[in-house]
Write a new protein. Structure first.
Length: 105
């Protein structure tokens, strides 16, 4: 799967959303999250993020290693909705992101 890391927080450019062929990039209050089971590893989202927040799971920088878990656990309650557009902004975040002070300002 691909993973969205720290640079997305409080930025949410959303260029990635338009590129994903399976609509598996879900919106939280402060960040977006890639569904680990719905992502088909096509790589289309990674180059379009203007702040380089998106990484293949094996390429996530060490300092942001926790973001793999954040992307996975974000869906513990949501399950596998099968499409992000219909949900819109979920108004939630992983607790590890919700607890952070303002980022990337
Ligand atoms: Fe975030 Fe970059 Fe997408 S800022 S919303 S990961 S284009
Ligand atoms: Fe979607 Fe492909 Fe990225 S399936 S999340 S655009 S790797």
């Amino acid at each position: 799967t691909y993973v969205i890391a720290q640079p997305c927080i409080d930025v949410k450019d959303k260029s990635c959303v338009d590129e994903c062929p399976v609509d598996c990039i879900y919106e939280g209050e402060r960040s977006l999250y890639i569904h680990p089971d719905e992502c088909i590893d096509c790589g289309a989202c990674e180059p379009v993020c203007p702040v380089e927040a998106i990484f293949y799971e094996d390429d996530v920088p060490e300092e942001w290693a926790d973001y793999y878990t954040y992307n996975v656990e974000f869906f513990d309650e949501l399950g596998s909705p099968g499409g992000a557009a219909a949900l819109g902004n979920t108004g939630r975040d992983h607790s590890g992101i919700a607890a952070l002070p303002p980022q990337n300002q």
